[in-house]
Design a protein around this ligand. Structure first.
Ligand SMILES: [Fe+2]
Ligand SMILES: [Fe+2]
Length: 274
């Protein structure tokens, strides 16, 4: 009996080292898609994902208020930016394997697993790209402190698949679509083509992850007979701390199936809306 997809997900989540986590993630994704192509899908299975994923000893994880701010225009500032993106990508690898392992009690079509395995594979590539860029600039992932609390959204939505999809792909990953063009510009102006190329790969593939989120969120609401927009507003207000911040990348959000009436109402406090 091959190892189930859920057990493989837990293996990734419990691997601490970034490069090792991503290598395992990519190997499991290749196995999943090879089995799918052969018409003999791996069993989804059941497993108990850890409350939080394993993390390497470095970077030191600090409260966001304590992470030193650096000018983005300086060489150190640009390295710090790549380091922050590497940290986000590593967290994203775990987020996608976690959604695979955590909600197996709900019957979902195989396409749900196809999408999140593909997203996890892409995040693993993204982490490797950012780690390569850092190393090319004489640094490495772990060389500077990073934000603690990245797992909060996952912990808050550990018992709610609708909530997980609303907050992680449809709010947090959608935010990545808003800010990545500015980052690409910054590296382009600095004449650093390696980070420009890597961030362009990330930007293109992240549209897909947001699209998977809205696709499966709408699918679940369709199965329940509920109004996706109303459910989205309720869940984001419940699980997400703070309001959404414009400017939004309306075009890429539209490509990802996120219409303006999903996110614009969430730019205001609930109190001022009510
Ligand atoms: Fe990514
Ligand atoms: Fe992503």
């Amino acid at each position: 009996m091959p190892l189930s997809l859920a057990e493989r997900a837990v293996q990734v989540l419990t691997t601490a080292d970034g490069r090792a986590k991503c290598a395992l993630s990519r190997a499991h994704a290749a196995d999943w898609f090879a089995a799918r192509a052969a018409g003999t899908p791996l069993p989804i299975g059941k497993a108990t994902p850890p409350d939080a994923p394993a993390r390497p000893a470095r970077p030191e994880l600090l409260d966001p208020r304590d992470v030193p701010r650096r000018r983005p225009g300086s060489p150190t500032g640009r390295i710090a930016l790549l380091h922050a993106v590497a940290h986000i990508e590593l967290n994203a690898v775990d987020l996608h394997w976690d959604i695979i392992a955590r909600f197996t009690d709900q019957p979902m079509p195989l396409g749900f697993y196809d999408d999140w395995v593909k997203a996890a594979d892409e995040e693993s590539k993204h982490f490797n790209l950012m780690a390569d860029c850092l190393e090319a600039l004489g640094s490495h992932y772990g060389a500077m402190p990073a934000h603690a609390g990245m797992w909060r959204a996952a912990a808050d939505t550990a018992a709610d698949l609708h909530g997980r999809l609303a907050v992680v792909p449809m709010v947090l990953e959608a935010r990545g679509l808003d800010v990545t063009p500015g980052m690409i510009d910054l590296f382009r102006k600095a004449g650093e083509s390696g980070p420009v190329e890597a961030l362009e790969v990330i930007y293109a593939e992240e549209v897909g992850h947001v699209a998977y989120g809205s696709k499966w969120f709408n699918w679940l609401c369709g199965r329940d007979g509920s109004d996706p927009k109303e459910v989205f507003h309720r869940l984001v207000r419940h699980y997400f701390h703070g309001t959404l911040k414009p400017p939004f990348n309306e075009e890429k959000r539209a490509d990802a199936g996120l219409p303006p009436d999903f996110y614009w109402p969430l730019t205001e406090d609930q109190d001022s809306v009510a």
